[in-house]
Design a protein around this ligand. Structure first.
Ligand SMILES: *Cc1c(COP(=O)(O)O)cnc(C)c1O
Length: 421
């Protein structure tokens, strides 16, 4: 393709009609292309995914499911949802798929609604140890409506304490056990969780919002054969549109479908459902398996480069697309490191580390991930340099301008939305 970046469907028209808003889109594209994107939960979708999202399917009301809608005129959008469902089932090897959840949080709300009653007990990973807000935080519906018991990681290994999970399960007899995390760099052993769930007669839900892309590419073991319900997002490592989905066994299919619609949602976002179908097809290609593998190789190269410069990786390294870095040795908070990196053209987020002495607004750590830079075509050599740049940005705030120049040089070769697609 030429040198023009992809702006989205008929960007010229938007620019003419609403220059003020068009400028926001241009500035955001510049921001995405002009900085090193190390936020572990982000990615660059393909122009094909963007095209589906920018389509007239957004106009259509389609409450219900294909062939069973509560509006007329759904015969065309039905085809989009059927494709998305078929492709999801094939890609993930699932008996049933619901592609309507608007987000990962909505997928989790629906899964809980299908399996639990308010006041029921569930066992999930604590937020300060890497779990998600929707895994029982007090400020979230999950912590308010359910009796949540939390497990965490061991202080010495910083790995999930499976003995603690089993002890808590035996003691509290949860109706649901949730595994999956938002800031855990290591593989999760779904077979151990399955065993514990079976021992206490609990449902097992795997929230693999972060890692489903790596599973789809066959780069890490899949949760699908082990869990009763799998919730996921389509916009993280999977590289699709912003949204969620639920996979489950045939046994739970009706319960899950009713929990999504009509229990928690109304009309599905059919343009996003179509974009999910596009992304699932992209993830079935051999290139995506290669991508998923390279994401991990890159994360390991980045983590090693960081560790070599005194930035301690929590648990000693990573098996996935992300690393959690403990900054306490450098005496720099996560919040300060985030600000210093931003000044150097590097976008990442502060993150609590296990047993963090600092509150969530400050934190002692940062989280880095490689889905974006890998989509941009960077490899382990570049990631080694990125590691050095991050370390310098954190340690020497005075060098921000020099680091920005190096970042710009790297990005000049590896630009998203130019010729790569
Ligand atoms: C990102 C994430 C979610 C929520 O996804 P949203 O689309 O932001 O609602 C849920 N669970 C986990 C483990 C996540 O990492």
């Amino acid at each position: 393709m030429g040198e023009e970046p992809y702006y989205g469907p008929d960007f010229g028209l938007l620019r003419k009609q609403d220059p003020e808003l068009a400028q926001v889109l241009l500035d955001e594209l510049d921001r995405q292309r002009g900085n090193l994107q190390l936020v572990a939960s982000e990615n660059f979708t393909s122009p094909a995914v963007l095209a589906a999202m920018g389509s007239t399917l957004t106009n259509k009301y389609a409450e219900g499911y294909p062939g069973r809608r509560y509006y007329g005129g759904c015969e065309v959008v039905d085809r989009a949802e059927r494709l998305a469902v078929q492709r999801a089932r094939e890609l993930f090897g699932a008996e049933h798929a619901n592609v309507q959840p608007h987000s990962g949080a909505s997928a989790n709300l629906a899964a809980y609604a299908a399996l639990l009653q308010p006041g029921d007990t569930m066992l999930a990973m604590a937020l300060p140890h890497g779990g998600h807000l929707t895994h029982g935080s007090k400020v979230n519906f999950s912590g308010k409506w359910f009796n949540v018991v939390s497990y965490g990681v061991r202080r010495d290994t910083e790995l999930i304490d499976y003995d603690e999970v089993r002890d808590l399960a035996l003691r509290h007899q949860p109706k649901l056990i949730v595994c999956g995390a938002t800031a855990y760099p290591r593989l999760i052993d779904f077979t151990v969780f399955r065993g514990i769930a079976d021992e206490v007669g609990a449902w097992l839900m795997a929230d693999v919002a972060h890692t489903i892309g790596l599973m789809a590419g066959g780069a890490i073991p899949s949760a699908v054969p082990h869990a009763d319900v799998v919730t996921l997002t389509t916009h993280k490592a999977l590289r699709g549109p912003r949204g969620g989905a639920i996979l489950c066994t045939e046994e739970l299919a009706k319960k899950i479908d009713r929990a999504v619609y009509p229990f928690i949602q109304g009309g599905p976002l059919m343009h996003v459902v179509a974009a999910k179908a596009v992304a699932f097809a992209e993830a079935m290609r051999p290139e995506f398996a290669d991508y998923a593998r390279r994401v991990i190789v890159n994360a390991q190269a980045l983590t090693e480069a960081l560790a070599g410069d005194g930035m301690r990786p929590v648990s000693g390294g990573t098996d996935t697309h992300l690393a959690l870095i403990d900054l306490r040795e450098l005496d720099v908070s996560g919040a300060e490191a985030e600000t210093r990196c931003a000044a150097a053209g590097i976008t990442l987020n502060r993150n609590v580390i296990p047993y963090d002495p600092e509150p969530a607004a400050i934190t002692s750590g940062i989280r880095v991930g490689t889905p974006c830079v890998t989509t941009q075509g960077m490899g382990p050599e570049e990631l080694k340099e990125v590691g050095t740049l991050v370390t310098r940005a954190v340690r020497q705030p005075g060098s921000a301008r020099e680091i920005r120049d190096r970042v710009a040089a790297l990005l000049a070769i590896h630009q998203p939305y130019l010729s790569e697609y």
